[in-house]
Design a protein around this ligand. Structure first.
Ligand code: CTP
Length: 394
C-alpha cells in the first residue's frame, strides 16, 4: 500500500526547492498531499505542486469553506509523516505556542503522525533566541528537525539557516516511511567504494567502483532500523545522514577500521572493491618520467574478507563477487574460500548494469546452496532484497 506524506510548505525563498522534494518522493511511489500557507503561494503557485504531486493542493482553509473542516482533519489522519519544508520562523513559532489559525498549523496540531520540520530562514532569524527556544520546545515534545546548513543565503549573507539539500530531506523521510523495521537493535557494517594504492605522491592504482551499491545497502539497513557504520573508500557520493561514515583510502586503512568493528557487528556486507595489489615500494618523491616506459613490482595486499571469514563467530558475513566470466562458479568458490554466509555475484561485463549504473543484475548464493536470481533492478531494490534474504523473508 502507498505511504502518505503530507508536505507543509511555508513561505520563503526556498519554496521552489520543495518542488524537488515532491518530485523525488513521487518517483519513490509515495503519495504526496501538499498544504501551502498563503505566503508560500507568493513564491510558487499551487499549480506547480499540484502538477508534480498529481493531487489537489490545499491552501488557505477559509477559501474552501465547504471542505476545510473535513480536509484538515482528513490530511492529519491520512499522514504517515508530516514534513514541513521549508519551515519558516513563523510556522515554527505558531506550533511551539499552540496557535492553529490556518490549514497548515491546524493540520500539524491535529495529527498524531511524526512531524519533521526542515527550517530555512535568514541566519539572524535562525539564531534568534526566540526561534531557538521554539525549536528546543518542539524537540522536547518529540517534533523532529532537519537542521539547516551553512551557506550563502538568498539575502547575500553567509551563515546557518540555508535549506538542506532536498535529496537529504527525502532520504530522511523515506527512512521514516520504511515499512520494515526488522533490523532494530542490530549493528550492520558495510564497506563501499574502491581502495587506492599510492605509487608516489601523485599517482595511484585503484579499482573501478562508484560506491553506489554499498551506499544503497547502508541506507537500506539504516531505514530498517539498524545502527549502521559505512567504511568507504573515495567516492563522489554524499555521506548519508544517520549513518556512522568512516572515510578511508587504502586497503590497510579499510582493514583496520573493519577489524575494530567486527566483534560488535551482527551483519557485515563487504561490497567494497578492494585493491588486491600495491606497489612493492612507495616513492616519497614524484617519479620523474624518462624517455622509456616505467615498470615497478606489485605485491599482494590484504584479503580483508578472507580474514573476516577466518575470525567469524556469530556474524552474518556477506561478500560480493565481481566476475567477468564463469559468474556462478567463481562466486561459489569465493563463498566457500572466504567462509561467507552469502555472496552477491555480479557480471561486470554487462553493459546496462553494474559499474556507475543505477541498476544491477545479480545472483545471491547462500552457503546452504540457495540461488536467487535478481534480474535488472535498481541498486536500492537489490539492497532491499538482500536484507529480505538474510532475514529469511524470501
Ligand atoms: N575483498 C576483500 N579484500 C580484497 C579483495 C576483495 O575484502 N583484497 C572482498 C570484496 O569486498 C568482495 C569479495 O572480497 O566482497 C570478493 O572480491 P572480488 O574482487 O570479487 O574478488 P577477489 O577476492 O579479489 O578475487 P579475484 O580478484 O581473483 O576475482
Amino acid at each position: 500500500m502507498k505511504k502518505n506524506l503530507v508536505l507543509g510548505v511555508s513561505g520563503g525563498i526556498a519554496v521552489y526547492k520543495a518542488l524537488e522534494i515532491v518530485s523525488l518522493l513521487v518517483k519513490k511511489n509515495i503519495n504526496v498531499d501538499v498544504i501551502m500557507t498563503e505566503s508560500a503561494t507568493e513564491f510558487v503557485t499551487p499549480l506547480s505542486f499540484q502538477s508534480l504531486s498529481q493531487n489537489m493542493v490545499t491552501c488557505d482553509m477559509f477559501s474552501e469553506p465547504k471542505a476545510w473542516e473535513i480536509q484538515h482533519i482528513s490530511l492529519a489522519t491520512k499522514a504517515d509523516v508530516l514534513l514541513v519544508a521549508p519551515a519558516t520562523a513563523n510556522i515554527i513559532g505558531k506550533v511551539a505556542n499552540g496557535i492553529a489559525d490556518d490549514m497548515l498549523s491546524t493540520t500539524i496540531m491535529a495529527t498524531k503522525a511524526k512531524v519533521i520540520f526542515a527550517p530555512a530562514m535568514n541566519t539572524n532569524m535562525y539564531e534568534n533566541p526566540i526561534v531557538q527556544g521554539n525549536i528546543k520546545k518542539l524537540k522536547s515534545f518529540g517534533y523532529e528537525f532537519i537542521d539547516p546548513i551553512e551557506g550563502r543565503m538568498a539575502c547575500g549573507t553567509t551563515g546557518a539557516g540555508k535549506f538542506e539539500d532536498p535529496k537529504v530531506i527525502v532520504d530522511r523521510v523515506l527512512m521514516e516511511l520504511h515499512e520494515k523495521k526488522d533490523l532494530v537493535g542490530k549493528n550492520v557494517l558495510v564497506t563501499a567504494g574502491p581502495t587506492i594504492a599510492p605509487i608516489d605522491p601523485v599517482r595511484y592504482i585503484t579499482n573501478r567502483s562508484t560506491g553506489k551499491m554499498g551506499y544503497a545497502i547502508a541506507k537500506e539497513a539504516r531505514d530498517r532500523g539498524a545502527n549502521v557504520t559505512l567504511v568507504t573508500g573515495p567516492t563522489s557520493l554524499e555521506a548519508p545522514k544517520n549513518i556512522n561514515v568512516i572515510k578511508i583510502s587504502t586497503n590497510e586503512e579499510m582493514k583496520n577500521e573493519v577489524l575494530k568493528l567486527f566483534d560488535s557487528s551482527d551483519i557485515i556486507v563487504k561490497s567494497a572493491a578492494v585493491a588486491d595489489f600495491k606497489p612493492k615500494a612507495y616513492s616519497t618523491q614524484k617519479i620523474k618520467k624518462g624517455d622509456g616506459g616505467l615498470s615497478f613490482d606489485l605485491i599482494r595486499d590484504n584479503d580483508i574478507l578472507m580474514e573476516l571469514g577466518n575470525r567469524k563467530e556469530k556474524q552474518i558475513l556477506v561478500g560480493f563477487a565481481a566476475e567477468s566470466e564463469n559468474l556462478k562458479a567463481n562466486a561459489m568458490t569465493k563463498l566457500h574460500k572466504k567462509k561467507l554466509d552469502y555472496i552477491v555475484a555480479n557480471d561486470i561485463t554487462a553493459s546496462d548494469t553494474g559499474f556507475a549504473s543505477e541498476d544491477n543484475r545479480v545472483i545471491i548464493l547462500s552457503k546452504e546452496g540457495n540461488e536467487i536470481y535478481l534480474d535488472k533492478m535498481s541498486k536500492e531494490k537489490i539492497a532491499s532484497n538482500l536484507f529480505d534474504i538474510i532475514l529469511e523473508k524470501r
